[in-house]
Design a protein around this ligand. Sequence first.
Ligand code: TYD
Length: 142
Amino acid sequence: MPQSKFTLDTCNVITLPKISDPRGNLTFIEGNNHIPFDIKRVYYLYDVPGGAERGGHAHKDLYQLIIAMSGSFDVLLDDGYHKKRVHLSRSYNGLYVCPMIWRELDNFSSGSVCMVLASNCYDENDYYRDYDEYLAARGVTK
Ligand code: TYD
């Protein structure tokens, strides 16, 4: 078991507020209210070609919320001990991902858009891009 509070159990799909309206639905997200961190950065993936995979890394300190703004895709989460696959397809759902979780994104539908809210600005030093290095940092002995 991971000796850390950052486990797969911490990573859940959050149901965001949804204002249903015949003119079109509306969802909103307030940092430190609907999600447990301040939003410092927003980025999004789009024009993802069929069969492409994104992610393939973990973050040391970053908290994120991943949303399928359009279309759908899968997020494979891995805490070094267990893995789980989450399918995102609703723009009122967000997958909360805490630090020290390896993630891979695949199975993007045509025209899908993946938006990510992040607790910090971009910092390459915050990444584990090597899976073995990540496992070592997790204390996983192979
Ligand atoms: P990366 O985080 O590896 O993308 P993904 O996990 O979605 O596959 O980032 C891809 C490239 O974009 C990498 O060179 C870093 C750069 N980048 C930024 O400059 N700023 C950002 O906010 C992000 C997320 C990435």
